[in-house]
Design a protein. Structure first.
Length: 316
């Protein structure tokens, strides 16, 4: 990674840290205020309310993520293929403040070589008529070999813009051009182009940062803070309340509630007795009245009925 790019971007990102943290803090404070409003229903049990608020507050404070990652492989980051990590035809180059390394491919799993940047200089290489690539060479000021038995290492880029960017990167890493000590005039056109390139890189990367923050901050807070707290209250709060085994202590009433309970106990007993009496009266009133007994009646035998005879048809 280009040291100058990393330095500038980190400074700009550090300015975003405070408003992001303020945003998270405002949401967490509002969330804890809502929790306190809900636990106000437990005023009769102050110890239970206090422990519930403490558990929820600690959970909220422990789930405020602070992420710091500089993703220079983002698809929207301009020229991420050839400037930050100079992709050549055969190797994938990675430039740091101390060394220049190259790998077999962009996966960076198989390192081919690592070249320390101590006492290195760079020089221009004339473009070959058989190649359209722009090239430059790296050599050592101590007349030592740079790579295997080679006194210099020649690197090629696809365009002049990539070449200028690589030179700017090496300049920031301390690899200066041949016959120069690093104190270039600020009016040098080449240095101005390098500054413009760096400005474009920083501007492109920061646009990604702004877009990502606007998109992910609300989603992250909703997922990692609000939804997480809701799930914690639903599934784990009761477990943590009972974890210490002092449930009876948590259910101790406040002094005001205990005094009020003692005052209303006689009223409660009187009301219960009144309800019992009312229930008995209601049961008695709903029962059907018993039938009255019949008195003064005597039974007399009925007189015999006269006998009936069947006469003949002639007599009729």
């Amino acid at each position: 990674m280009i040291p100058a790019f990393e330095t500038v971007v980190k400074k700009k990102i550090s300015r975003l840290k405070e408003p992001c943290l303020q945003f998270v803090d405002m949401v967490s404070q509002e969330l804890m205020t809502t929790a306190r409003q809900c636990t106000s229903q437990l005023n009769s049990f102050p110890k239970l309310r206090e422990r519930t608020e403490n558990i929820i507050t600690i959970y909220c404070l422990l789930h405020i993520p602070l992420l710091a990652y500089m993703n220079t492989k983002h698809d929207d980051f301009i020229m991420n293929i050839g400037i930050m990590r100079g992709g050549a035809r055969k190797y994938w180059f990675v430039l740091s403040a101390e060394s220049l390394s190259w790998f077999k491919d962009e996966k960076e799993t198989e390192k081919k070589f690592m070249l320390p940047l101590d006492n290195l200089r760079l020089k221009d290489v004339e473009k070959s008529f058989m190649s359209s690539k722009c090239a430059f060479a790296i050599f050592s000021t101590e007349t030592r070999t740079v790579y295997k038995d080679y006194q210099s290492l020649e690197l090629a880029c696809n365009s002049q813009a990539e070449l200028d960017s690589w030179k700017a990167s090496l300049l920031r890493a301390g690899v200066f051009p041949e016959n120069e000590n690093g104190h270039k005039d600020l009016t040098d056109p080449q240095l101005e182009r390098q500054v413009e390139t760096l400005f474009s890189l920083v501007d492109s990367y920061m646009n990604i940062i702004y877009k990502t923050i606007k998109d992910l901050m609300p989603k992250t807070i909703m997922h990692l803070l609000i939804n997480s707290v809701k799930e914690f209250i639903r599934s784990e709060l009761l477990v943590q309340l009972c974890a210490q085994g002092d449930c009876a202590v948590l259910m101790d009433k406040s002094p005001e509630q205990s005094q009020r309970w003692q005052e209303v106990q006689p009223k409660q007993a009187a009301l219960q007795e009144a309800l019992r009496i009312i229930a008995e009266i209601d049961t008695f009133m709903r029962a059907p009245p018993p039938s009255a007994p019949v008195r003064g009646l005597q039974c007399f035998p009925s007189p015999p009925l006269p006998a009936l005879t069947l006469q003949s048809e002639q007599q009729l």
